[in-house]
Design a binder for this molecule. Structure first.
Ligand code: ZN
Length: 91
């Protein structure tokens, strides 16, 4: 479980996601399947909010050790985009 605080904490993971450009599939809001198109490796990322804090978890080795991996960075950017679009319907 990774607590999402500042973008700076995710910076390395975000940079790697930009290089690798993994494919993010939305299972449902908060649950994503991230595929590395080069290796075919697929991991599941979940994003959730608890007590106003944002958390993400990933099924890869780094993610299971609580490290911010690029799968989380890629899924979080999709998650934020979906949340922003959903909010635009109610505003
Ligand atoms: Zn991961």
């Amino acid at each position: 479980m990774i607590q999402l605080t500042t973008a700076a904490k995710l910076e390395n993971a975000i940079n790697k996601a930009r290089r690798v450009k993994p494919f993010v599939r939305v299972n449902r809001f908060g649950s994503y399947t991230v595929t590395n198109k080069q290796t075919g490796a697929t991991y599941t990322v979940t994003c959730e909010k608890r007590d106003g804090k944002r958390f993400a978890s990933c099924s890869c080795n780094a993610g299971e050790r609580g490290n911010a991996c690029y799968h989380v960075a890629a899924a979080v950017s999709a998650h934020i985009q979906i949340a922003t679009e959903a909010a635009s319907f109610t505003n």
